[in-house]
Design a binder for this molecule. Structure first.
Ligand code: FAD
Length: 676
């Protein structure tokens, strides 16, 4: 590997110095499969074994999915069968009928699939048979939980879906799910009111890291006071940056309260129309005319929401999301003109509103509550607080005789009607088990109805009998790829010493690095001092600037992501933390206790983008949007999932589940299938 040297000058010359040889809890599930017992023993040696006191009196079984580390998210073992089907090397016709018939089979155990089961049971009662098939070894889809046990403490964090975003804007059906599950956001926020203040109390701020590959030497710039990263750095931070004098002057001009009208002579509507068709990059460089060096701060604008950077991010979105450069344009209040009609979940939530709520494990709490409600025997936990440490009995998810069965590690490969779609009374669902040595090969079950709560772009492969226009529409949106890497640290003294809680590192492997939000729930306790263990989140957005469209960028980013090994993620995480935190006394070999890479090659639902898609797809509920054409029911098959709304949000996933269940229920009266 390349020699790396932290900014404090102490040599970190090779993998050994980075701690790549240290025994930490990372390699027990490298590449998704358990390695030998000896390796497992070594792997757990560096971190405390789970104890009853750290798990709310309940020690998790070994091999518990949320506690698996190494490559998670879309882990190896979860997608090979699907890719073999895509490549034509797998024939679903060879499947064995396992003799099971269901009222409803749901393809995909993400929030949309789980919510579909919830809405179905709520409407027709529990005297039914529902099967959820999910290709991963854990449920929740993107809403996944990561656990670490470090020095006797349980650390819980989100492996995917971060927060209940703008709950005040949740649609009726999404709200009903929260209410049915007893989710109480107010109670949660009150319980965390003191925790939220910890980092601020310690004076920790958001900084920028200028890397030597771009700026000749590594330099961390921390502003003297808290600043809003989107609004740009403070004048003091600009003064300390390595920018040229001209770039610094341009930054001060861009951030000054009195901005010129860079689009003078145009009406408000004309300005908005132009901004909708101009990237934020072009706006800053060609219209505001800032120095390219100053643009360094803004190249990642929009990436957290759209998985592409400022080159593929409409300037109009930048205005709405609070980036600088627009105050002189006199565009009026934000819900105005083009933005007047932004109902529904389809538009990508350019406008945020209200606060968002982040449980320690993100929205995995919602997935776990849903599973607890669908399969009551799977957990004793009943409330959001119980589930802080409450265990799920994964062995109970797929037992015969219960109304809802959740079958993990089962990749659906084919869904077809038995007979013509117009007249059929049953579908055949074929899937591959990826973790069941006794059930090698393919299996199939029968279903009176099917809800596809999986990913739109794969549905044409799974349901080849769909009409061609619908297949094209399903394939239109390409999901945005991204990675959430969670690194468990034994302490965070280096963050305190450097005065940072979050660092933007735009031109490094991970584009941002931050301490996990300081929140607890039930018996999950957040840190109270920098001497205690914590999780650091390192995010990587797989943008590929320079390609013609956002869809091209997502495809290229996904291919690149799938080619990066866990070892490379680990090396990069160690090296980047050493470079940023080294001057604060951080030693990657000593301080890192565990690493989990949550890889999401099929991440955010594709959202329409006014640079590449018709403007009306972005700013209205136009019926010719591909997501609308794609989600039409076909015979006994309905389509849920957040792709169906072209919106990467939980409330969209719930609303689409409700619509799909409505289609199923409208279609038939239920003499129910006999339970097996
Ligand atoms: C990293 C990340 C962070 C996010 N953060 C937020 C956030 O903070 N707030 C927010 O509102 N939204 C967030 N989202 C958006 C998130 O996608 C939605 O909130 C929601 O979880 C989508 O649910 P879903 O069920 O539609 O899709 P998914 O969660 O993708 O679930 C679909 C499931 O179907 C499975 N599947 C696919 N094909 C098959 C097959 N052939 N056979 C069986 N199963 C299959 C998939 O593996 C997956 O588990 C985030 C997404 C990602 C990737």
């Amino acid at each position: 590997m390349n020699t790396t040297r932290p900014a404090n000058g102490s040599p970190i010359a090779d993998d050994r110095a980075l701690g790549m040889d240290r025994a930490i809890t990372r390699r027990d599930f490298v590449n998704g499969a358990a390695v030998g017992i000896a390796a497992l023993a070594t792997a757990t040696a560096g971190a405390a074994a789970p104890s009853a006191s750290t798990t709310g009196g309940k020690a998790p079984p070994t091999n518990y999915p949320p506690a698996r580390m190494g490559m998670r998210g879309s882990h190896p073992g979860a997608f090979e069968a699907a890719h073999a089907l895509r490549d034509g090397s797998l024939d679903p016709a060879t499947a064995v009928d396992v003799g099971e018939t269901y009222d409803l089979v749901i393809v995909g155990g993400g929030l949309s699939g789980l919510a579909a089961a919830h809405f179905f049971i709520k409407s027709v009662g529990r005297d039914v048979r529902v099967l959820i098939l999910e290709n991963h070894d854990d449920f929740g889809g993107h809403a996944r939980r990561n656990e670490f046990r470090v020095d006797g403490r349980l650390l819980v964090t989100n492996g995917g879906v971060l927060e209940i975003e703008s709950p005040d804007r949740y649609n009726r059906w999404a709200r009903s799910v929260l209410d049915d599950l007893g989710v109480d956001l107010h109670r949660y926020e009150q319980a965390n009111s003191a925790n939220y203040k910890l980092y601020d109390t310690l004076g920790l701020r958001s900084g920028h890291f200028f890397d030597r590959e771009t700026w000749r030497r590594d330099q961390l710039v921390v502003p003297p006071a808290a600043s809003d990263m989107r609004g740009g750095p403070s004048p003091d931070a600009i003064a300390r940056s390595p920018l040229s004098a001209r770039a610094k002057a341009d930054m001060l001009r861009l951030l000054a309260p009195d901005q010129p009208d860079y689009l003078a002579g145009r009406s408000i509507a004309e300005k908005k129309a132009l901004l909708a068709k101009t990237s934020y990059r072009d706006y800053l460089l060609k219209i505001v005319k800032i120095d390219p060096q100053a643009f360094w701060y803004f190249q990642g604008a929009g990436q957290g929401t759209f998985c592409v950077g400022a080159d593929a991010y409409p300037a109009l979105f930048g205005w709405v999301q609070g980036y600088p450069g627009f105050s002189g344009l006199q565009l009026g209040p934000i819900p105005d003109g083009l933005f007047e009609s932004l109902p529904g979940g389809h538009h990508g939530r350019q406008k945020e509103s209200g606060s968002s709520v982040h449980f320690p494990d993100g929205s995995a709490t919602l997935a776990r509550l849903l599973v607890g409600s669908l399969v009551p025997g799977a957990t004793k936990a009943r409330t959001q607080e119980d589930l802080g440490t409450g265990l799920i009995d994964y062995g109970a998810l797929d037992r015969p005789g219960q109304p809802v069965r959740i079958r993990l590690s089962s990749t659906v490969l084919n869904v077809r009607h038995e007979g013509s779609p117009a007249a059929a009374t049953e579908c055949i669902v074929t899937y591959a088990r990826s973790n069941d040595a006794e059930a090698k090969g393919l299996q199939r079950v029968r279903a009176r109805n099917v809800i596809m709560a999986c990913w739109n772009m794969f549905i044409p492969y799974l349901v080849p009998e769909l009409p061609s226009l619908q297949r094209e529409a399903l394939a239109y949106g390409v999901k945005g790829p991204l990675v959430y890497t969670n690194v468990a640290l034994r302490n965070w003294r280096a963050f305190q010493k450097l005065g940072i809680q979050r660092v933007s590192s735009q031109t490094m492997f991970f584009q941002d690095v931050s301490l996990a939000e300081c929140v607890g729930i039930g018996e999950v306790v957040p840190p109270t001092s920098p001497d205690e263990p914590i999780v650091v989140a390192m995010n990587k957005y797989m943008a590929a600037p320079g390609l013609p469209t956002k869809r091209d960028q997502h495809r290229a980013g996904r291919a690149e992501l799938l080619a990066i090994s866990f070892e490379e993620f680990e090396r990069q995480a160690r090296s980047q933390l050493a470079r940023i935190l080294g001057p604060g006394g951080f030693d990657p070999g000593r301080d890192i206790a565990g690493i989990t890479v949550n890889r999401w090659p099929h991440g955010y639902a594709y959202t329409y983008n006014s640079l590449y898609d018709p403007v009306e797809w972005v700013f209205s509920e136009a019926p010719d949007r591909p997501c609308v054409v794609a989600r039409q029911p076909f015979g006994l098959i309905s389509i849920a999932n957040s792709d169906a709304a072209a919106s990467p949000h939980t409330d969209a996933a719930f609303e689409e589940a409700h619509r799909a269940v409505g289609e199923v229920i409208a279609q038939r009266t239920f003499p129910f299938a006999r339970r097996a």
